[in-house]
Design a protein around this ligand. Structure first.
Ligand code: HEC
Length: 160
């Protein structure tokens, strides 16, 4: 009795082992199983630009165009990710690098145009320039955000 139950346990274990290995191997190769990746420096830069956009909206509401100008200039002069990260990003975008850079440049130019409009103190011009700036952020996000999030954070749906 005792020996037959031991034999059963043994057989069960032996059968269980290959499955455990298969599952472990399968998970290791799956992007979702990788430990949470460190956020890119790019993400911190983006968050800061997002806060700048809020400052611009709030400044426009108060007709505080000096505040708008300051935030627009900060967006235009946003810091770059460290060189090593930049190289990782460019290696990933590959042949789309010129497109990525063009969108970055367009955003920079639109932020400068917004700074100029706010200096003039014309509310309608400020709003029109803000609209253009916001559209250039959106353009890059629609093209690149999902593939970046999938690549660098392993999230299949492009969301965090
Ligand atoms: C050239 C491409 C590009 C442009 C232009 C761009 N972004 Fe981004 N943005 C990205 C990418 C790529 C991500 C995803 C980065 C990540 O999650 O690490 C992102 C993510 C973000 C996020 C989300 C950060 C988070 O917490 O997950 C915010 C906010 C943001 N961008 C704001 C802006 C604003 C505001 C502008 C325009 C003033 C802008 N971005 C312009 C590429 C761009």
């Amino acid at each position: 009795m005792q020996s037959s139950s031991n034999a059963m346990t043994y057989r069960r274990r032996r059968r269980a082992v290959p499955w455990a290995w298969l599952i472990a191997l399968g998970c290791a190769g799956h992007p979702l199983a990788s430990p949470a990746a460190e956020p890119l420096a790019l993400q911190g830069i983006m968050k800061e630009m997002g806060r700048g956009m809020q400052a611009i909206v709030y400044g426009t509401s108060r007709e505080d165009y000096a505040a708008v100008e300051k935030a627009a200039l900060a967006i235009a002069g946003h810091p770059q990710p460290p060189l090593a990260e930049k190289m990782r990003l460019m290696a990933f975008v590959g042949t789309d690098a010129p497109r990525y850079k063009a969108m970055n440049g367009e955003t920079h130019d639109n932020a400068l145009a917004l700074a100029r409009a706010s200096k003039s103190g014309n509310g309608e011009d400020v709003i029109a320039a803000f609209h253009k700036l916001q559209s250039s952020c959106l353009g890059c996000h629609q093209t690149f955000r999902k593939p970046f999030v999938e690549q660098f954070y392993g999230k299949a749906d492009g969301r965090r």
